[in-house]
Design a protein around this ligand. Sequence first.
Ligand SMILES: O=C(NCCCc1ccccc1)N[C@H]1CC[C@H](OCc2c(F)cccc2F)CC1
Length: 334
Amino acid sequence: SAADKLTPGDTRVKYETAQIRGKTYSYMLGEPEGQPKDTIVLVHGFPDIGFGWRCQIPYLISLGLRVVVPDMLGYGGTDAPAEIEPYSLKSVSDDLAELARKFVGEDGQIILGGHDWGGAVVWRLPLWHPKLIKGVFSVCTPFPPPRSEYHDLKDVIALGILTNFKYQLQFRGPETEANIQGEEKLRQFFTCMFGGRTSDGEPAFDVSKGILFDKLDSLKPSPLLSKEELEYYVKKYAAHPAPELHGPLNWYRTAKLNFEEDRPLAETPTVLEMPSLLVTAEKDTALPPEMARNMDKHFKDLTKKSVNASHWALTQAGPQVNEYIGEWIKSSVW
Ligand SMILES: O=C(NCCCc1ccccc1)N[C@H]1CC[C@H](OCc2c(F)cccc2F)CC1
């Protein structure tokens, strides 16, 4: 049933690794009964791991899909190179294309889904590998059109634009990975990012400020994570040497690289031909639904839905997200 979710170390999926373009990727593999109808690849964001799709995986297997859910570069059981280049959207897209082809072959296709930074990846991957993608969906993240001019985020925010991205100025800098090291700080960090509040109801993360480090040690547990789930996230991140967040935060240091790699795409109007789905989260303060207002002109077949949830819509509105994905697969992809 849709209310069913994977538990840490769940035996309903296999835990595999693969060498992909010189990096070790770790991924969960869920196989349906009988011959898979299709293969779906799910791409998580920050600060997450493949386990972030725990509410979707059993449901998608029940649709007859083979489900492949990697820990993305820098996360969990996957390598975390120190340099920034391997984290560009194109490089990560090329990694995922190679991983996908292990299951569907050189001429096969996958359904591709992403959340958060994973949503940024899934909107770029089909532009680099159009034949591979049978259908693509994103939860929370709108399509960011390739730009022909580069504007540093600091300058954009100074103009009062995209102030909901101000936390990214902190994330791309040195202080976050310097302040969040070791299991106890990681535990406070996840509690903070997953909506934990202090005893007087104050959050320790605000998109227009970033993390308020001095509030981290007075947070009450987040209602979005059970103790077991929190410990699973902590253990997965603590498996990397300190600073454990260096790899994950490198995703925020790729803006110039992504712009350079986007250049050829920006020369002509970008239109995705394959069936596409966007599910926005009405209470997502980093990625509010109105950010998707100009998306339609980049799509031939776009379905837009929204859920009444925060950024963590995959778990907070799991059954509703599953219903939208399932409906879209049955009506637009199949
Ligand atoms: O930072 C993110 N998530 C962490 C914060 C999660 C959170 C939110 C609210 C409350 C609690 C926690 N997500 C990124 C995902 C990529 C987005 O970039 C969009 C984009 C492209 F995709 C491509 C080119 C330019 C471009 F701007 C920017 C937000």
